[in-house]
Design a protein around this ligand. Structure first.
Ligand SMILES: *Cc1c(COP(=O)(O)O)cnc(C)c1O
Length: 479
């Protein structure tokens, strides 16, 4: 499609900027623009058509099936959006006096209380803006804890090879050395490798449980015990809490610090880089170091506290507050039983889809999965030449979003499906039929898969080039 600058026609224009209601003031000469601003010129019709066309290029949960593993692309109830748009929340200024924002402070307080109950943590901060930001914050807390105890030789963070890529990246960002340990044959942590890796230099372990293969580690209590006995702390990556919420709690598994992706599990639409919240929960011994300000309940109402040992701020003010509003609304609406049921449905849907696809493709792990599972197309590729990429691209032609590809790294031709709890049996049946047909087509019509997609605006972009050298600005000079 054309860019807005390419649609521009000199003299076309639409809405007029309202007349200023304050006296005009002139800028100092050196701040004045020296050339005319090159803005696109369009009529209202043209403008409307441009944005409508753009909106049709996007694919969201409201368009169809979106099984992007580890991303929890579920449907979020619209009522939570309404709550977040209430003027009393949306139009607040972060510097308003506490006495005028007691309701908003109560939202932070109550969301913290409930989420601590759901995860078996003692305190929580909502400052981090995303999961990876939560990991960074949680690791800083681990660092602060060891340093306060003058135990600063603890420089190593142990990360299993099935970890989400952000885990080792966050540990490295915090200045830790990352120690990778292998998975065992079942996809869980290799206990002997863990025993061999821990020591006096262990700051902690970062673990996703269920992990990115969708496996809940049955040895979890032993794992956290081994780390604790070595003097380390245990970090839980709870980005996908829809796998266990209401059924199991990281605090009970022995974890000391966790993050949750409120924008995945707790009802904020995401995927376009919009506002998120990587809420970080901690056990008591880490609470003094939590980012400030932290909301407290006192006899006189809610107040913001800055603990003396606090890390300080990891983001301006209180994080993405409206994400917390949506999360609280979602949790109050579901209640404890509803949250439990949501995670049970997430697990049921993943297992149902896994069973429907298993006859046509190897599943990376045996037995039950949690909220997601990974197909291993290694054998199909060897026999037919059709890769995970080919199948994912062909799914786009069928009107669905692709699963996560080539992740986790330990499965070479991986397609990671997370159907989420909000899909119906009909949707899963239809999706399975489509994917099964594609898996069979690998043997009968591989060319069709190699050439997919044929119905999307863009086929197979060079993603490395797009990530390393993105073109984000229109260049007038090249026109
Ligand atoms: C999504 C995800 C993250 C990262 O969260 P962001 O909000 O994208 O930074 C970390 N760990 C796991 C397991 C995830 O699924």
């Amino acid at each position: 499609m054309k860019l807005i600058f390419e649609r521009s026609m000199e003299g076309h224009q639409c809405s007029l900027v309202p007349r200023s209601d304050v006296p005009a003031a002139s800028l100092p000469e050196k701040q004045m623009r020296r050339s005319t601003l090159r803005l696109p010129e369009l009529s209202e019709t043209e403008l409307s058509r441009h944005y409508t066309e753009l909106s049709k290029q996007a694919y969201g949960v409201n368009d169809g099936f979106y099984p992007l593993g580890s991303c929890t692309m579920k449907y979020n109830p619209a009522v939570n959006e309404e709550a977040a748009r209430l003027k009393g929340f949306a139009a607040l200024h972060p510097l308003q006096p506490e006495s005028t924002v007691q309701g908003a402070m109560e939202v932070l307080y109550r969301a913290e209380q409930i989420l601590c109950q759901v995860t078996a943590m003692d305190e929580m901060t909502f400052q981090p803006a995303a999961g990876a930001h939560g990991e960074f914050t949680g690791l800083l807390l681990i660092k602060a804890y060891h340093e306060a105890r003058k135990d600063s030789a603890r420089r190593k963070i142990i990360v299993p090879d099935s970890a989400h890529g952000t885990n080792p990246a966050s540990a490295a960002m915090c200045g830790f050395t990352v120690v990778n340990i292998p998975s065992n044959a079942q996809g869980g942590v290799d206990i002997d490798a863990l025993r061999a890796a821990v020591g006096e230099d262990t700051a902690g372990l970062m673990l996703t449980n269920p992990n990115t293969l969708g496996i809940f580690d049955p040895n979890i209590l032993e794992i956290t015990k081994i780390v604790h006995e070595a003097g380390g702390l245990c970090y839980y990556d709870g980005a996908n809490l829809n796998a266990i919420m209401g059924n199991a709690r990281p605090g009970d598994m022995g974890f000391d610090v966790i993050h949750l992706n409120l924008h995945k599990t707790f009802s904020t639409p995401h995927g376009g880089g919009g506002p998120g919240s990587g809420a970080v929960g901690v056990k008591k011994q880490l609470a003094p170091y939590l980012p400030a300000p932290h909301v407290m309940k006192t006899e006189k109402g809610f107040t913001f506290e800055r603990a003396a040992q606090s890390l300080g701020q990891v983001k301006a003010f209180y994080g993405n507050f409206l994400v917390v509003v949506r999360a609280l609304c979602y949790m109050l609406m579901l209640g404890g039983d509803g949250m439990q049921e949501a995670s049970e449905n997430a697990v049921l849907n993943a297992n149902y889809l896994r069973m429907l696809l298993a006859p046509n493709c190897k599943v990376a792990t045996d037995g039950l999965c949690m909220h997601e599972f990974v197909l291993d197309l290694g054998e199909i590729k060897k026999e037919t030449g059709v890769s995970a990429m080919d199948v994912a691209k062909a799914m786009l032609d069928e009107g669905m979003h692709a699963p996560t590809m080539y992740f986790p790294l330990i499965v070479h031709e991986a397609l990671m499906f997370e159907p989420t709890e909000t899909e119906s049996k009909q949707t899963l049946d239809e999706a399975a039929q489509t994917v099964n047909a594609l898996l069979q087509a690998a043997f009968t019509d591989p060319e069709r898969l190699h050439n997919a997609p044929s119905r999307t605006p863009i086929g197979r972009p060079d993603d490395v080039q797009a990530a390393r050298k993105p073109v984000l600005r229109y260049s007038f000079e090249n026109q």
